[in-house]
Design a protein around this ligand. Sequence first.
Ligand code: ZN
Length: 240
Amino acid sequence: MINSHWHGDHIRGNQCFKGAVIFSSLATRNKMLEIHPERISDQQASIPQLRKHIKKLETDLARESNPEKKKKVNIQLNFLKEIEKSLPGLEFTLPDLTFEHKMVFTGNSRQAVLQTMGGGHTLCDSFLYLPEEEILFAGDLLFSGTHPNIKDGNPINWLGILQNIKQLSAKVLVPGHGPVSDESAITGMECYLTSLLEMADALHNVEETQIPLRFEAWEAPELFSQNLLFLSQQTFPKNL
Ligand SMILES: [Zn+2]
């Protein structure tokens, strides 16, 4: 079992894999320890407030007639209901074994290479490559057909990592979010990050900025303006 990075949607299932050895990079484990115990206990202490908020959203949803807004509230509601269901029994579970850069698993019939090139999507992102099968499990370094969350990382480093994983020439790419894809998922991600960096550099009003046509059909469109705003506030060079 591998935790590719510290985000809750990638580590909160750890307790279901009792008996399995959980691996992550040392940086990811340290970040999990820094963030999650406090976050989880705060959320567990606020379950009544969460339930109240869910009830309010359900009332809003029943009154809403705009299909776009309805869809948005529904997505939020489904997410919060999952959190509500999981919180009472959630046990924070850390990785058992850590690595710094790379580790190779050699079994009877195949090898698997677990590696990190540092942080892009978060402060440290790991991926797993099966060289014989040419399959890459990319974690959240790849989002396919859905807007990524970029606010915990560094898009410049992210673009550098994508350049490197392209050299693996994997035939099958398994993204952290979205359907299984091929190399086009890397190109899509590069295009997204580059476009947003350019847009952030010339940004006047985030509310008035339209999602570019190429990403218009992507899931989670609410992340677009958040990502753009985040980039416009950063100090790294945005003109590539
Ligand atoms: Zn993530």
